[in-house]
Design a protein around this ligand. Structure first.
Ligand code: BT5
Length: 266
C-alpha cells in the first residue's frame, strides 16, 4: 500500500528521515517501504506507523505491538554492497539502535545474533531486513525495526520473553526523542560503512554481544545444531564449532546455554 498524502518533512535529519511517511494504520511498514523503494524513493526514506495489522518478523513470523505505545518503522537503504555482505547489515543496524537506546535510557543493551536486541535478557526490539538484488549486488534494502517502548502488557505467549524500555527502566520514554536518536545513530553507523567497510562493525557488534565461546543450540527448519560459538564470519554468519568442525550458520534461532546475564560493558 502506498501512502496517499505528502510525506512529512523533517529538516533536522540529513538523510535518514529527511522524508518520513507517517500512517495511523498500515499492514506492514516494510511492505510500504518496499513499494516506495521499487518506485525509486530516496535512500533514508522512512515509513512509520502507529499500528500494523500484519507486522512481520523473519520467516513468516508475526511482530505484535500495541498501537500507540511503541515504534514500528522501516528505512530504505541503497548500499553499494555485494550480495554476500547483505547479512552484515542487520548487525550494523543493531549496533545503531543499541547505541541510541543506551543514550536515552542509560542501561546496557545486548545484541543477540542475528537480529534481536535485549534488556535484562529479554527481547525489546527486532530487525527485519528485506533486500532486492540485481546483478549479484544489492539494489535496495528495507530495514524494518520494531521497538517495545512504553508497552507494559504482552500477550501470554510473549510475556516471559519480551520486555519494553518502560518495563526495564520503570519510566515512560518519549518516543519522538528515541526515534530521532535512532535515525541519527543509524545514519552515523551507515556512514562509517562507506568510510571503513564492515570490518569495524563486527567488533562493535561483538561488544554488545559477548557470544564468542558460549555453548549454544541453533534451531533451523526443525533441526537443532549444538556447539560453541567461535565468532562471526566476514559475511555475518555465526561460526559454530560442532564435533571439532567449524560451520557457518546464516539463519536460525540461537539459545545460549547456561546463560548467566551478560556482564556490563565499560
Ligand atoms: C523480528 O523477527 O524480530 C523482526 C521484527 C521486525 C518488526 C518490524 S516492525 C516495523 C517493520 N514492519 C514489519 O512488518 N516488521 C518490521 P523474528 O526474529 O522472527 O522474531 C519474531 C518473533 O518475536 C515472533 O515469532 C514472536 O515470538 C516474537 N515477538 C513478536 N512480537 C514481539 C514483541 N513485540 N516483542 C518481543 N518479541 C516479539
Amino acid at each position: 500500500m502506498l501512502p496517499t498524502r505528502e510525506p512529512r518533512r523533517e529538516g533536522s535529519f540529513p538523510r535518514f528521515g529527511k522524508k518520513v511517511y507517517t500512517f495511523q494504520t498500515i499492514d506492514s511498514t516494510n511492505n510500504c517501504a518496499r513499494a516506495l523503494a521499487g518506485c525509486w524513493a530516496e535512500e533514508g526514506t522512512v515509513v512509520i506507523a502507529e499500528e500494523q495489522t500484519a507486522g512481520k518478523g523473519r520467516l513468516g513470523r508475526t511482530w505484535l505491538a500495541t498501537p500507540g505505545e511503541n515504534l514500528t518503522f522501516s528505512i530504505i537503504l541503497r548500499p553499494s554492497l555485494p550480495s554476500e555482505e547483505m547479512n552484515l547489515l542487520p548487525l550494523l543496524v543493531a549496533v545503531g539502535v543499541a547505541r541510541a537506546v543506551e543514550s536515552v535510557i542509560s542501561m546496557n543493551v545486548q545484541c543477540k545474533w542475528p537480529n534481536d536486541l535485549l534488556l535484562d535478557g529479554k527481547k525489546f526490539a527486532g530487525v527485519l531486513m528485506e533486500g532486492v538484488l540485481s546483478n549479484n549486488a544489492v539494489d535496495y534494502v528495507v530495514v524494518g525495526i520494531g521497538i517495545n517502548v512504553n508497552q507494559t502488557l504482552f500477550p501470554p505467549e510473549l510475556a516471559e520473553r519480551a520486555t519494553s524500555l518502560r518495563l526495564a527502566t520503570g519510566a515512560s520514554i518519549n518516543r519522538d526523542t528515541l526515534f530521532r536518536a535512532i535515525l541519527h545513530s543509524l545514519e552515523t553507523e551507515y556512514d562509517s560503512l562507506s568510510a571503513s567497510g564492515f570490518h569495524e562493525v563486527l567488533p562493535r557488534w561483538l561488544s554488545y554481544a559477548p557470544i564468542v565461546g558460549r555453548q549454544v543450540t541453533i534451531s533451523q527448519d526443525g533441526s537443532i545444531l549444538a556447539g560453541t560459538v567461535r565468532g562471526i564470519s566476514k559475511h555475518g554468519g555465526l561460526i559454530v564449532e560442532t564435533n571439532g568442525e567449524e560451520r557457518v550458520v546464516f539463519a536460525g534461532d540461537v539459545t545460549i546455554l547456561n546463560m548467566e546475564p551478560y556482564a556490563a560493558r565499560n
